[in-house]
Structures are given as structure tokens and as C-alpha cells.
Design a binder for this molecule. Sequence first.
Ligand SMILES: [Zn+2]
Ligand SMILES: [Zn+2]
Length: 82
Amino acid sequence: MNKICCKSCKSYIYSQVKLDKFQCLPCKLKKTPSVLKCTACRKSDGIMIRANGEDWIHYNCMMALKDLLHMEREQNIFKDLC
Ligand SMILES: [Zn+2]
Ligand SMILES: [Zn+2]
């Protein structure tokens, strides 16, 4: 597994995908990850991605749920992040 660390907020995740320069979506959009709440676990911080509209979900929560949600493949999730 590769450690992927956001260059701005220093949150990280482990993924099969290898990214050298990664910035999480909240940082990219100039949002503070700590004010966002994960739609799955209701916690803040960590690497979040957009779920639906204005909802955010942790990358890790999403990975746990993705079969349920029929989310796109992991690579596609990172597509617009780098
Ligand atoms: Zn970040
Ligand atoms: Zn979560």
C-alpha cells in the first residue's frame, strides 16, 4: 500500500494508487477539513471526498461502503484530485 499524504493539511490515507503530489479536495477547494462532517461517520478531519452535492465522506468510510454504494473505482476517485 502507498501512503498518500495531502501536501496542505497533512492528512493521509493508504491506497493502492500511487500519487506523488496529492492535495485533498477540501484543501483544493480552500475548505478546512475540520469543519466538514463525514456523511457516514459524522466525524471531521481526515481525507474527505465529495459524496453527493454538498455532502462529504471520508475516503476510508467510502472505501468501506463502496460496494454498497456502487461507487466508482478507486482510480476514478483520484482522477480530479491530481
Ligand atoms: Zn488536505
Ligand atoms: Zn467518516
